[in-house]
Design a protein around this ligand. Structure first.
Ligand code: BG6
Length: 247
Protein backbone atom coordinates (compact mmCIF):
# COMPACT_ATOMS: atom_id res chain seq x y z
CA UNK A 1 0.00 0.00 0.00
CA UNK A 2 1.23 3.49 -0.83
CA UNK A 3 0.10 5.88 1.91
CA UNK A 4 -0.44 9.43 0.63
CA UNK A 5 -1.67 10.92 3.93
CA UNK A 6 1.47 12.91 4.67
CA UNK A 7 0.65 15.21 1.70
CA UNK A 8 -1.83 18.14 1.69
CA UNK A 9 -3.29 17.87 -1.83
CA UNK A 10 -3.50 15.42 -4.72
CA UNK A 11 -3.33 16.31 -8.42
CA UNK A 12 -4.77 13.59 -10.64
CA UNK A 13 -4.38 13.04 -14.34
CA UNK A 14 -7.73 11.89 -15.76
CA UNK A 15 -7.54 9.52 -18.75
CA UNK A 16 -6.09 6.20 -17.57
CA UNK A 17 -5.87 7.34 -13.94
CA UNK A 18 -9.45 8.04 -12.85
CA UNK A 19 -11.33 6.74 -15.89
CA UNK A 20 -10.51 4.07 -18.50
CA UNK A 21 -10.69 6.73 -21.24
CA UNK A 22 -6.99 6.36 -22.15
CA UNK A 23 -8.20 3.23 -23.98
CA UNK A 24 -10.77 5.31 -25.86
CA UNK A 25 -8.08 7.84 -26.84
CA UNK A 26 -5.81 4.96 -27.89
CA UNK A 27 -8.47 3.41 -30.10
CA UNK A 28 -9.32 6.75 -31.71
CA UNK A 29 -5.62 7.56 -32.41
CA UNK A 30 -5.10 4.05 -33.78
CA UNK A 31 -8.02 4.45 -36.19
CA UNK A 32 -6.70 7.83 -37.37
CA UNK A 33 -3.04 6.94 -37.88
CA UNK A 34 -3.59 3.42 -39.27
CA UNK A 35 -5.83 4.91 -41.94
CA UNK A 36 -3.66 7.99 -42.59
CA UNK A 37 -0.40 5.98 -42.86
CA UNK A 38 -2.01 3.52 -45.31
CA UNK A 39 -3.33 6.40 -47.40
CA UNK A 40 0.10 8.10 -47.42
CA UNK A 41 2.01 4.81 -48.04
CA UNK A 42 4.04 5.21 -44.83
CA UNK A 43 6.12 2.02 -44.59
CA UNK A 44 6.36 1.80 -40.78
CA UNK A 45 2.83 1.07 -39.50
CA UNK A 46 1.34 2.67 -36.37
CA UNK A 47 1.71 0.61 -33.17
CA UNK A 48 0.57 0.77 -29.54
CA UNK A 49 4.15 1.64 -28.57
CA UNK A 50 3.91 4.74 -30.80
CA UNK A 51 0.98 5.87 -28.66
CA UNK A 52 2.88 5.47 -25.38
CA UNK A 53 6.05 7.15 -26.66
CA UNK A 54 4.76 10.00 -28.83
CA UNK A 55 1.10 10.75 -28.07
CA UNK A 56 0.05 9.67 -24.56
CA UNK A 57 -0.65 12.49 -22.13
CA UNK A 58 0.32 15.32 -24.50
CA UNK A 59 -2.01 18.05 -25.75
CA UNK A 60 -3.87 16.94 -28.90
CA UNK A 61 -1.88 18.74 -31.60
CA UNK A 62 1.51 18.21 -29.90
CA UNK A 63 0.77 14.47 -29.95
CA UNK A 64 0.02 14.58 -33.69
CA UNK A 65 3.17 16.59 -34.46
CA UNK A 66 5.38 14.26 -32.35
CA UNK A 67 4.05 11.13 -34.01
CA UNK A 68 4.37 12.59 -37.53
CA UNK A 69 7.94 13.72 -36.76
CA UNK A 70 8.80 10.11 -35.77
CA UNK A 71 8.05 9.16 -39.41
CA UNK A 72 9.76 12.22 -40.88
CA UNK A 73 6.41 13.74 -41.93
CA UNK A 74 5.90 17.50 -41.69
CA UNK A 75 2.47 19.01 -42.25
CA UNK A 76 1.32 22.62 -41.91
CA UNK A 77 0.12 23.23 -38.34
CA UNK A 78 -3.22 24.78 -39.37
CA UNK A 79 -5.55 26.13 -36.67
CA UNK A 80 -7.79 24.50 -34.03
CA UNK A 81 -10.76 25.47 -36.22
CA UNK A 82 -9.55 23.31 -39.14
CA UNK A 83 -12.13 20.87 -40.48
CA UNK A 84 -11.53 17.21 -39.56
CA UNK A 85 -10.92 16.58 -43.26
CA UNK A 86 -7.96 19.01 -43.46
CA UNK A 87 -4.49 17.47 -43.90
CA UNK A 88 -2.91 19.69 -41.26
CA UNK A 89 -1.68 18.85 -37.75
CA UNK A 90 -4.84 20.40 -36.31
CA UNK A 91 -7.07 18.77 -38.95
CA UNK A 92 -5.71 15.29 -38.11
CA UNK A 93 -6.15 15.96 -34.37
CA UNK A 94 -9.73 17.10 -34.96
CA UNK A 95 -10.38 13.99 -37.13
CA UNK A 96 -9.37 11.83 -34.16
CA UNK A 97 -11.63 13.87 -31.91
CA UNK A 98 -14.70 13.00 -34.01
CA UNK A 99 -13.97 9.31 -33.35
CA UNK A 100 -13.24 9.92 -29.63
CA UNK A 101 -16.46 11.85 -29.09
CA UNK A 102 -18.59 9.27 -30.85
CA UNK A 103 -17.17 6.39 -28.73
CA UNK A 104 -17.66 8.47 -25.55
CA UNK A 105 -21.27 9.28 -26.44
CA UNK A 106 -22.03 5.69 -27.37
CA UNK A 107 -20.32 3.89 -24.45
CA UNK A 108 -20.34 6.42 -21.56
CA UNK A 109 -17.66 6.35 -18.82
CA UNK A 110 -17.37 4.35 -15.61
CA UNK A 111 -14.52 5.34 -13.26
CA UNK A 112 -12.01 2.70 -12.15
CA UNK A 113 -13.36 1.19 -8.86
CA UNK A 114 -9.92 1.51 -7.20
CA UNK A 115 -9.79 5.22 -8.11
CA UNK A 116 -13.29 5.80 -6.74
CA UNK A 117 -12.35 4.11 -3.47
CA UNK A 118 -9.32 6.41 -3.07
CA UNK A 119 -11.44 9.48 -3.97
CA UNK A 120 -13.91 8.43 -1.25
CA UNK A 121 -11.11 8.31 1.35
CA UNK A 122 -9.84 11.71 0.18
CA UNK A 123 -13.35 13.19 0.40
CA UNK A 124 -13.70 11.87 3.96
CA UNK A 125 -10.38 13.51 4.84
CA UNK A 126 -11.37 16.79 3.13
CA UNK A 127 -8.17 16.80 1.05
CA UNK A 128 -8.09 19.40 -1.77
CA UNK A 129 -8.07 17.67 -5.17
CA UNK A 130 -7.47 18.75 -8.75
CA UNK A 131 -7.63 17.16 -12.17
CA UNK A 132 -4.78 18.08 -14.50
CA UNK A 133 -5.42 16.72 -17.98
CA UNK A 134 -4.11 17.59 -21.43
CA UNK A 135 -7.49 16.71 -22.89
CA UNK A 136 -9.97 19.26 -24.18
CA UNK A 137 -12.63 16.62 -23.44
CA UNK A 138 -11.81 16.44 -19.71
CA UNK A 139 -14.95 18.29 -18.54
CA UNK A 140 -17.19 16.01 -20.66
CA UNK A 141 -15.44 12.90 -19.35
CA UNK A 142 -15.67 14.08 -15.72
CA UNK A 143 -19.37 14.87 -16.15
CA UNK A 144 -20.10 11.54 -17.87
CA UNK A 145 -18.28 9.71 -15.05
CA UNK A 146 -20.17 11.68 -12.37
CA UNK A 147 -16.91 12.92 -10.84
CA UNK A 148 -16.84 16.67 -11.50
CA UNK A 149 -17.98 17.77 -8.02
CA UNK A 150 -15.12 16.00 -6.33
CA UNK A 151 -12.48 18.41 -7.67
CA UNK A 152 -11.81 21.95 -6.48
CA UNK A 153 -9.85 22.73 -9.66
CA UNK A 154 -9.64 21.38 -13.20
CA UNK A 155 -6.74 22.44 -15.40
CA UNK A 156 -7.37 20.77 -18.75
CA UNK A 157 -6.44 21.25 -22.40
CA UNK A 158 -9.10 23.93 -22.85
CA UNK A 159 -7.91 25.94 -19.81
CA UNK A 160 -4.28 25.59 -20.90
CA UNK A 161 -5.06 26.78 -24.44
CA UNK A 162 -7.14 29.69 -23.11
CA UNK A 163 -4.55 30.81 -20.53
CA UNK A 164 -1.52 30.06 -22.76
CA UNK A 165 -0.13 27.46 -20.32
CA UNK A 166 2.41 25.00 -21.75
CA UNK A 167 1.17 21.39 -21.76
CA UNK A 168 2.79 18.18 -20.46
CA UNK A 169 5.66 17.19 -20.40
CA UNK A 170 6.19 20.78 -19.17
CA UNK A 171 5.20 21.03 -15.48
CA UNK A 172 3.15 24.22 -15.96
CA UNK A 173 -0.39 22.76 -15.87
CA UNK A 174 0.38 20.91 -12.61
CA UNK A 175 1.98 24.05 -11.14
CA UNK A 176 -1.12 26.05 -12.10
CA UNK A 177 -3.34 23.52 -10.30
CA UNK A 178 -1.15 23.74 -7.18
CA UNK A 179 -1.62 27.52 -7.19
CA UNK A 180 -5.39 27.10 -7.56
CA UNK A 181 -5.45 24.74 -4.57
CA UNK A 182 -3.13 27.03 -2.57
CA UNK A 183 -0.56 24.30 -1.93
CA UNK A 184 3.22 24.24 -2.42
CA UNK A 185 4.33 21.64 -5.02
CA UNK A 186 6.50 19.90 -2.40
CA UNK A 187 3.34 19.26 -0.31
CA UNK A 188 1.34 17.80 -3.22
CA UNK A 189 1.19 14.43 -5.00
CA UNK A 190 0.97 13.99 -8.79
CA UNK A 191 -0.74 10.81 -10.02
CA UNK A 192 -0.09 9.95 -13.68
CA UNK A 193 -0.11 7.04 -16.14
CA UNK A 194 1.66 8.69 -19.09
CA UNK A 195 5.40 9.20 -19.53
CA UNK A 196 4.84 12.84 -20.48
CA UNK A 197 2.74 13.39 -17.33
CA UNK A 198 5.19 11.68 -14.98
CA UNK A 199 7.97 13.78 -16.51
CA UNK A 200 5.85 16.90 -15.88
CA UNK A 201 5.39 15.95 -12.21
CA UNK A 202 9.11 15.34 -11.77
CA UNK A 203 10.01 18.62 -13.51
CA UNK A 204 7.63 20.48 -11.17
CA UNK A 205 9.43 19.09 -8.07
CA UNK A 206 6.23 17.76 -6.54
CA UNK A 207 6.46 15.95 -3.20
CA UNK A 208 5.61 12.57 -4.72
CA UNK A 209 5.00 11.37 -8.28
CA UNK A 210 2.90 8.20 -8.41
CA UNK A 211 3.06 6.36 -11.74
CA UNK A 212 0.05 4.18 -12.57
CA UNK A 213 1.11 1.41 -14.92
CA UNK A 214 -1.73 0.85 -17.37
CA UNK A 215 0.58 -0.50 -20.08
CA UNK A 216 3.55 1.88 -20.28
CA UNK A 217 5.67 -0.37 -18.02
CA UNK A 218 7.12 0.01 -14.52
CA UNK A 219 10.70 0.73 -15.59
CA UNK A 220 9.72 3.35 -18.16
CA UNK A 221 7.61 5.19 -15.56
CA UNK A 222 10.49 5.17 -13.06
CA UNK A 223 12.92 6.35 -15.75
CA UNK A 224 10.54 9.24 -16.55
CA UNK A 225 10.55 10.31 -12.87
CA UNK A 226 7.95 8.28 -10.93
CA UNK A 227 8.89 7.84 -7.24
CA UNK A 228 6.52 4.90 -6.87
CA UNK A 229 4.60 2.78 -9.39
CA UNK A 230 1.24 1.07 -8.77
CA UNK A 231 -0.92 -0.90 -11.16
CA UNK A 232 -4.17 0.54 -9.79
CA UNK A 233 -5.15 3.24 -7.29
CA UNK A 234 -6.59 0.49 -5.05
CA UNK A 235 -2.92 0.19 -4.02
CA UNK A 236 -2.98 3.75 -2.58
CA UNK A 237 -4.52 4.86 0.70
CA UNK A 238 -5.23 8.16 2.46
CA UNK A 239 -6.16 8.07 6.14
CA UNK A 240 -8.29 10.99 7.38
CA UNK A 241 -6.63 13.15 10.11
CA UNK A 242 -8.68 11.54 12.93
CA UNK A 243 -7.70 8.06 11.73
CA UNK A 244 -4.01 9.09 11.52
CA UNK A 245 -4.09 10.32 15.15
CA UNK A 246 -5.31 6.95 16.38
CA UNK A 247 -2.64 5.02 14.43
O1 BG6 B 1 -7.81 15.34 -27.93
P1 BG6 B 1 -8.01 15.65 -26.48
O2 BG6 B 1 -9.28 15.07 -25.93
O3 BG6 B 1 -7.86 17.09 -26.20
O4 BG6 B 1 -6.88 14.85 -25.69
C1 BG6 B 1 -5.49 15.09 -25.75
C2 BG6 B 1 -4.76 14.00 -24.99
O5 BG6 B 1 -5.28 13.94 -23.66
C3 BG6 B 1 -4.64 13.03 -22.80
O6 BG6 B 1 -5.27 13.03 -21.56
C4 BG6 B 1 -4.65 11.62 -23.37
O7 BG6 B 1 -3.79 10.85 -22.59
C5 BG6 B 1 -4.17 11.61 -24.82
O8 BG6 B 1 -4.38 10.34 -25.39
C6 BG6 B 1 -4.91 12.62 -25.63
O9 BG6 B 1 -4.38 12.61 -26.94
Amino acid sequence: MTDLSEYDAILFDLDGVLTPTADVHMRAWDALFTHYFAEQNVASTYTENDYFVYVDGKPRYEGVASLLASRGIQLPWGTPNDAPTANTVCGLGNRKNVEFTSILTRDGVTPYPGSLALLDQLAAAGTPLAVVSSSQNAESVLAAAGLRDRFRAVVDGAVAAHEGIQGKPAPDTFLRAAVLLGVAPARAVVVEDALSGVAAGAAGHFGLVVGVDRGVGHDALVAAGANVVVSDLAECTYASPSESETL
